[in-house]
Design a binder for this molecule. Sequence first.
Ligand code: HEC
Length: 134
Amino acid sequence: MATLNKMTKKITLLFCLGCCSFVTSCYYDKKDQIYPQVAVSACDTTNITYQAVVAPILNTNCNSCHATAVANKSGAGVILDNYASVKPYITNNSLLNSIVQNGKVSPMPLNAPKMDACTISKIAAWINKGALNN
Ligand code: HEC
């Protein structure tokens, strides 16, 4: 009886191993299907200038409310369509705080989705390099 028990255990063990390897062998991931190849373009934050990069971002995302012509009506007097007017909001950090939406000032753009991370880091990069009028 004892030998039979041992035998039974061995058979059971072998059976289990067989099952396991069968099950795992059926598990076959196709890399391409799990991670589809999306074109990942890195965010380029080098050579950011006010004229070429920052001003167009502000024009697109902010100046429907913050352009000189409409700022008093829709932008609480905050003007962001020329360097001299933008600079004070850089100096007091409110522009960056508003776009990273950290709760220190009203989140911007108002009533619109947060700007994407790359756009925000471009502005941050320009500020980090001194927010030059370049
Ligand atoms: C739909 C209109 C609208 C848009 C678009 C908008 N703003 Fe504003 N912004 C406002 C209004 C209104 C205020 C003042 C009221 C408030 O703080 O909520 C304001 C305030 C601000 C302030 C001052 C915040 C403070 O409390 O000192 C900054 C800086 C600012 N906006 C930056 C931006 C930037 C940068 C963008 C674009 C990314 C933007 N805004 C887009 C309407 C807008």
